[in-house]
Design a protein around this ligand. Structure first.
Ligand SMILES: [Fe+2]
Ligand SMILES: [Fe+2]
Length: 472
């Protein structure tokens, strides 16, 4: 069904046929806008931003580009098309038709999954709200705003499900999604990584590379849900998510490019003296964001994950493309875990290892960007390699929480870890240095801050000096 933009809330779910639901969401809408004004990108209400808006929920040709004032962005409810023959692909309910309503016994489980996903969406907007002040170019400024608008839309996607399928509890949860705030000591966001700060653009690009990618994997496994409206919501969100990860990957790549260009041109490693970000500092930020994002996948051994799977609410990454029985009661899985102060390999029941399996898929995906970043370094003839740290490095959640592990995977005493931490994670001094580069926003079309290279091409094939944001 195509998106109806004549409605106050654009949608492709025939919202006007359910007056009660429509009214409830129209009541929530001004509260969302209030939140956007208070907690969204700071001081931007008058900007005209060259943004894409969904015009159809089909895979191709869905984006429409034009100047929009962000509070006027057409946030709405867009679900990917329905497959009338879709069946549950795994677990106890394998082969049965997917659910169009929430089965009573899965109500609280599904609600919790939707709330946890929904909570991350406005959280990242809050984390990024000051970045516009220090954007390295109009191109980058536009990209952070695009991401913010789409994360706002992802919140809409989850709030629609809560309102439409979870009655009063759902409406209350939708309110709470606007009341918790990133880093708020009294009402923090649910997950740790979403209470961290995103104070500078290196952090932003690492966040969109690593943490938005966690989002991709969570959404992809929820896109396998037997609860069809959730699956269809996530399928469309994944299309939007791809751009966020592109911004992260290309952003880091452009920083690496600029650093290497300066190293070559001035025949020095000391690019800080030239106002750029040295490769070891980039590695430390990478270490931080990767390890924090790994925690988002939860415990290695998880009965919750097993139950989600068995009940048919959350599948594996690309479940239907995996060749096995999709029940997993007789399967096992090999994984690293901690035991008596060491990292050990264990064979465990596959059902209890689903978080770890998803984390594996994620790590593999993360490694691909590093190949491209390292190619830039190699092409500059510089002997340096960016690496993903060991999965046990700097973990707060799961079995490795009890160990002190170096990026190479060596287990050590706490004293040894503490003595080396400054080499592996950004120090206060590193952060202060990176922050010091973040300067007033570069607002001249076609110009870029000194520490980052221009992108290879513009958004929607616009020329290099395109005016992506007009400030009025
Ligand atoms: Fe999102
Ligand atoms: Fe995202």
């Amino acid at each position: 069904m195509s998106i109806d933009y004549t409605q106050r809330i654009p949608n492709n779910v025939d919202l006007s046929s359910d007056r009660r639901l429509q009214r409830a969401l129209e009541n929530w809408q001004p509260r969302f806008l209030e939140w956007w004004k208070d907690m969204g990108p700071d001081g931007t209400l008058n900007f005209d931003v060259y943004l894409r808006t969904a015009i159809s929920a089909e895979a191709n040709g869905w984006a429409n580009f034009g100047y929009v004032k962000m509070p006027d962005y057409r946030w709405g409810i867009f679900l990917a098309g329905q497959d009338p023959n879709r069946v549950i692909a795994y677990g106890d309910n394998k082969g049965k038709p997917v659910w169009q309503e929430v089965p009573g016994e899965l109500r609280s489980t599904l609600r919790r999954l939707i709330v946890t996903q929904g909570d991350t969406e406005p959280a990242s907007v809050e984390q990024q709200r000051l970045l516009g002040k220090t954007a390295p170019s109009l191109y980058d400024l536009r990209n952070v705003f695009q991401i913010n608008c789409e994360e706002g839309r992802h919140l809409w996607a989850m709030v629609y499900l809560l309102h439409a399928y979870f009655g009063r509890d759902g409406r209350e949860e939708a309110e709470m999604l606007l009341e918790r705030h990133s880093g708020d000591p009294d009402k923090p966001r649910i997950l740790g990584a979403f209470n961290e700060k995103t104070p500078d653009w290196l952090s932003f690009f690492m966040f969109t590379y690593f943490t938005d990618r966690d989002g991709k994997y969570q959404l992809a496994s929820l896109a396998e849900s037997g609860f069809d409206p959730l699956a269809r919501s996530c399928r469309f969100m994944l299309i939007e998510e791809a751009h966020h990860m592109f911004v992260g990957e290309s952003g880091v790549q452009r920083i690496v490019q600029r650093t290497c260009d300066l190293m070559k041109e001035h025949k020095t490693d000391d690019v800080r003296s030239l106002g750029a970000i040295d490769l070891p500092t980039i590695q430390k930020y990478l270490n931080f964001h990767f390890s924090v994002s790994l925690d988002l996948f939860g415990q290695e051994a998880s009965t919750n994950a097993a139950n989600y799977y068995t009940m048919g609410v959350k599948g594996r990454y690309l479940e239907t493309r995996i060749e096995d029985d999709h029940v997993l009661t007789d399967s096992s899985f090999d994984m690293d875990t901690a035991d008596a102060g060491r990292i050990v390999r264990k064979t465990v029941p596959a059902l209890s290892a689903l978080n770890e399996r998803l984390r594996n898929d994620y790590i593999e995906d993360c490694a691909r960007g590093l190949i491209r970043w390292n190619r830039v370094i190699e092409q500059a003839g510089i002997a340096f390699e960016l690496r993903l740290p060991h999965r046990a490095f700097n973990r707060r959640i799961g079995a490795f929480n009890e160990l002190n592990v170096s990026p190479e995977g060596k287990v050590m005493s706490e004293a040894e870890w503490k003595a080396n931490e400054h080499k592996w994670l950004p120090t206060d001094e590193d952060r202060a240095y990176v922050t010091s580069l973040m300067g007033p926003a570069v607002v001249e079309p076609g110009k870029f801050a000194n520490w980052i290279a221009p992108p290879q091409r513009g958004i929607n094939n616009q020329p290099a000096n395109f005016e992506y944001v007009r400030f009025n």
